[in-house]
Structures are given as C-alpha cells and as structure tokens.
Design a protein around this ligand. Structure first.
Ligand SMILES: [Mn+2]
Length: 354
C-alpha cells in the first residue's frame, strides 16, 4: 500500500511520458545535490529517459530559477531542499506552465498546494521525525522508493544524510550502505569515504561556480563512490585546506559576547557555512557566528548545536527591514547575507538579541 504522498506523486509520474520536459531544481549543498540526483534517477527508471535539465539553486534565487524553468519550457519541475514556498506568487506563475513538485524538509512558510503544485514537507510525510533530521535526500529516497527500487543509490542518499547532520537519525541506513560498498563504519562519520565525498561536494561549491555546477552530473554519472572520489571534485581539496587552517587558528579570530562566539574573517573561499558547522562541533553550547566578506557583501552563518536558541529566528530578526538582505535556515543552522554597509547594524542586533 502506498502512502498518501506517494500516491499523489504516482498520480503525477504516471502522467509523465518521454516527450515531456523535466527540470530539477535543487539546493547546491550536499543534501540538495543528492536529493536532486535521487529524483532524477527515479524518474529515469520510471520513464526510461534522463531528465532534461537541472539547476543548482538557493532560497534567494527562486525568481531566477522559476523563469529559467519557464524559458526551458519544462512541463514538470521538481524542486527540492529549497523553501520555494517563500515566494508563492512565483510558484503560482510557474505552475501555469508546469506541474510543480516541491519536496523539502525546512520549516514551512505556508501551504502552496494547488491543482498544479504538489507540496510535500518531510514532516507531512512523517511527523514523528524532526524535519531538520529528515533531510531532502532521505525524504526523496523514501518517497520514490515506494514507486521504484532505488537501493543501488543508497550510498548517494547517505552522503546527503551526512551532509545535513542526519547520521544519528539514520545510522542503520548509512552503516548498511557503507558495508555494502565494503567500507568501514567509523566513529567520526565525516572520516568515512561518504563523509569525504560530502566535504568535496561542500567545498566544490566554494571552489568555483563551474565546479559547483558539475557536482550533480558527477554524482549522477558515478557508478559508485570511488568514481566521485577520483573525479574533478578533487580540486576542491584547496578549500578543505583553508577550512582546516581556520579551524586550527580559530582562537586568533574569536570574539566573545556572553555565550556568543563571533569570527570575522577574510578567507579566499566562501567557507563560512562549513567552518561554522565545524566550530559548532567544538563549541556545542555556544552560538557561533561566522562573518565573511564576499564580493562586496557579507555572508553570515549562525550555528547552535544544542537547540537552545533558534538561529533562523535570530538572523531573520536581525535583518528585519534591512534592504537587499536575506536570511533563513534551521534552528541549529542558519545563514544571512547583507550589504557591507549594513553589517555593523546587523551584527549589533545579533549580539543584543542572542
Ligand atoms: Mn537539506
């Protein structure tokens, strides 16, 4: 028996034929790329032909990818790991041209379900699992597995799980996938081959736009994890080295405001998100803020591993009314972007609000 949401999904996939144009839009992180690949693999198995195009996106470029999908004349657009419902008008516009399927696990910004939009959040699918831990890759894997056998790509799903800090929740699944590949389960999951691929993926998007836009295809075309490890994603090792340098020297940059630890740095690559995640591992009971200057803007990452303070709310409040700014994410991990001129004001608010 299919679940309610798999039934709705099947109603759509049953309609898709080989002439239809299918586009996939996915978040550009590990989870998003893996979720996108899982959808694409499932659709290829179901209709016997590869999807037509794929876009690596983010919650702040919804307008851009919606118009791109319209330009490319997509009949079906799958969006995953992005809170596209933040822009209901744009989705509505897109749904006049295509059937839109939104598969996500971030907090819901409102229900955009309609005749032509299938809106599925992981907590609709399984309310017992904390949405932050029911990452998009696992959601897509579980949903589509009700329609088609995806067990050959459980390793791709595992990489997404590790990337979105879901290992604890899905330990048995990931351990099984590792053993299936003849790999050892390690205490620090990031030290496994899947963990290393996760770092390469995360770093590739920081290395260059070109490399970022290759991640999906490299994962898609890989026969197994080894192909990914020896792919051009290796170039991103330079980014990993930079992150490691800042980890080792982080105390030189650390400013303390109560339980908030602020790191203002000027790295070569946009390492703020990854560095802050790793710092949160070292300081789980502190609010970690990493601010990085990038192309005239400041990117801010906030982390709080013990769930004591919600980081998405903190950044949303701190950027309220600031023009040309954006903020979003989860309770444990959130991000914001502000203009350089507004930084002092925003950081002041972050310090006083936290
Ligand atoms: Mn995710």
């Amino acid at each position: 028996m299919l679940s309610k949401y798999a039934t709705e999904l099947k109603r759509i996939t049953d309609r898709i034929n080989s002439n239809d144009i299918i586009g996939i839009v996915h978040h550009d992180d590990s989870d998003g790329n893996c979720a996108g690949v899982i959808i694409a693999k499932a659709l290829e198995k179901l209709r016997g032909r590869r999807i037509d195009f794929e876009i690596s996106g983010n919650y702040y470029d919804i307008k851009e990818f919606c118009s791109k999908c319209i330009r490319k004349k997509a009949n079906y657009v799958f969006i995953t790991d992005i809170t596209a419902e933040q822009q209901p008008q744009l989705l509505k516009e897109l749904s006049k041209h295509a059937t839109v399927i939104l598969l996500d696990h971030h907090k819901s910004y409102g229900d955009v379900s309609s005749k032509n939009i299938l809106f599925i959040k992981s907590h609709f699918y399984n309310p017992k699992i904390e949405p932050a831990k029911y990452c998009a890759a696992k959601l897509c894997y579980d949903l589509f597995s009700e329609l088609v056998d995806l067990s050959d790509i459980d390793w791709i799903c595992s990489i997404g799980i590790i990337g979105d800090m879901g290992y604890e929740q899905w330990k048995d699944f990931v351990d099984t996938a590792l053993k299936k590949q003849g790999l050892k389960v390690k205490k620090d999951i990031f030290q496994t081959e899947f963990g290393k691929i996760n770092s390469l993926v995360l770093s590739s998007r920081l290395y260059s736009m070109t490399l970022r836009n290759r991640i999906f295809e490299i994962l898609y075309d890989a026969d197994n994890y080894k192909d990914v490890l020896k792919s051009e994603l290796q170039k991103a090792g330079a980014v990993i080295e930079e992150i490691n340098w800042y980890l080792k020297n982080h105390k030189k940059f650390m400013k303390k405001y109560g339980d908030l630890l602020l790191f203002e740095i000027k790295p070569k690559y946009g390492i703020n998100a990854d560095l802050s995640t790793q710092l949160a591992g070292i300081y789980p009971h502190n609010t970690i803020i990493v601010a990085v200057e990038m192309r005239g803007k400041i990117a801010i990452s906030a982390r709080r591993a013990d769930f004591k303070k919600p980081m998405n709310t903190l950044l949303e409040k701190a950027t309220e009314g600031i023009s040309d700014s954006n903020a979003g994410g989860h309770s444990v991990a959130a991000g914001a972007g502000v203009r350089k001129n507004d930084y002092e004001k925003v950081i002041g608010r972050i310090i006083s609000l936290s």
